[in-house]
Design a protein around this ligand. Structure first.
Ligand code: HEM
Ligand code: HEM
Length: 179
């Protein structure tokens, strides 16, 4: 397997970044849900939220690297009917936009609430924007009530599509991303 995709196979670059992205996005979900099991103001909740924010920022970074390398790394031809490739393009685009947009929203809500964002406790992103509590809470609502359920649904559709190809269409869409 080469670093770049061929017309029929994914290259190592796309595969490595794709599965790293999957694990890191999974970690953001796990962290925020574990944080939710602790009361507000506890150290445990604060720690898990640091993990949520840090993994979220890492996911954005991986996605940006993926996009920068994508024209060089290429992709194999897609299988299936035209509606399937159109639907998958919409879902992929949605995932790309949300994995980049959600961390930006997260950073902005912290900025407007005048809170630094600690990255894995290694360093902190300082507050550079002025206070705006209303805007912060609007972005909070967008992040938690709109974007979070949306990204969850898109991930389910994306996994559903992969399983559909595997079990109904019986093509190698899933296996060529795995192996
Ligand atoms: C790919 C990146 C991200 C994803 C998929 C994501 C997803 C989520 C989800 C699923 C929730 C829970 C919503 C709920 O309670 O119903 C949430 C909450 C939250 N996220 Fe993110 N997030 C990401 C990145 C970030 C970043 C980078 C920050 C901050 C810098 C951030 C800050 C927050 C905050 C403050 C909450 C509210 C937690 C609470 O209930 O107190 N998120 N996010
Ligand atoms: C948070 C999790 C995930 C994100 C953000 C994500 C994102 C993406 C994106 C953006 C692409 C398009 C790649 C490109 O065109 O260069 C893609 C392709 C793909 N993903 Fe995921 N993915 C995630 C999880 C998964 C999971 C859990 C599976 C398997 C069950 C999966 C299976 C695939 C497959 C098979 C492809 C290739 C589709 C094709 O050939 O058109 N992904 N993913």
């Amino acid at each position: 397997m080469g670093l770049r995709s061929t017309d029929t196979q994914w290259g190592a670059t796309n595969k490595l970044l794709h599965w790293a992205l999957f694990l890191v996005v999974l970690a953001t979900f796990v962290a925020v849900n574990v944080a939710g099991t602790y009361d507000r103001g506890t150290d445990e909740r604060a720690w898990w939220m640091v993990m949520h924010r840090s993994f979220g920022l890492l996911a954005m970074l991986i996605m940006v690297v993926y996009l920068i390398l994508r024209p060089w790394a290429r992709r194999p031809y897609q299988h299936g009917a035209l509606w399937q490739s159109h639907l998958s393009t919409v879902v992929h685009l949605g995932l790309v936009l949300l994995v980049i947009g959600m961390p930006i929203a997260g950073l902005l809500m912290s900025q407007f609430a005048q809170r630094e964002v600690s990255v894995f406790g290694w360093f902190a992103i300082p507050v550079v924007l002025g206070e705006n509590r209303d805007l912060s809470s609007m972005i909070y609502d967008a992040h938690t009530k709109v974007a979070a359920p949306l990204v969850f649904v898109l991930i389910l559709l994306h996994i559903g599509g992969a399983l559909w190809h595997h079990f109904f269409d019986k093509d190698n869409t899933l296996t060529r991303m795995l192996k």
